[in-house]
Design a protein. Sequence first.
Length: 232
Amino acid sequence: MIRVLVVDDEPQLLRAMRINLSARGYEVAVAVDGASALEAAAKHVPDVVVLDLGLPDMDGTDVIGGLRGWTKVPILVLSGRADSADKVDALDAGADDYVTKPFSMDELMARLRALLRRSDAENTAEPVVTIGHYTVDLAARTVRRMPDAPEQVPEQVHLTKTEWAVLEVLVRNQGRLVSGRQLLQQVWGPAYHTETNYLRFYLAKLRQKLEPEPSRPRQLLTEPGMGYRFQP
């Protein structure tokens, strides 16, 4: 059974989460503050953590940092903070996704399933993914047309070194939000923080080369104010 640790100081929300998650077959553990959350995670490692940022004893980003010191468990931030800076800080701290209160339970469940799929995929990671009409091999650095693709689709696509670097970061975090700062630093280096024009340029180039409809991307996604996502 999949174990979910829910960390929030709102009793009504905890109760609703416990009822809804249990009804869907999850094992649910709850914590009302950061210290008890870290203790609970250490005693029985969860499969996924749902974490509020506004806790009574510490900021949620500190809880993320405490978890990331020893585990890669998926972390879904659930918070009333709608400011994009809070979202970016949480993602940079190591969160995997972010849902703003109020939220629908259907959306939350979909995000949880996506995180769990990504976690399973990382444990059996394959360097080959499908984007649009292409098979992309990250290890061989090749982009080839799929057998059932339309005839007008080019047989192969050439990506530059930087395009490969951007794509690899997104694919290695498939289904997960990657903040602009994280993407900049992983591709261009730790001195880069605010050069968002780089990201817009290279994401546009990747979409032009790989997405069937570059103006309406389905897999290489931008989430304004939050970051970027490769959707398998």
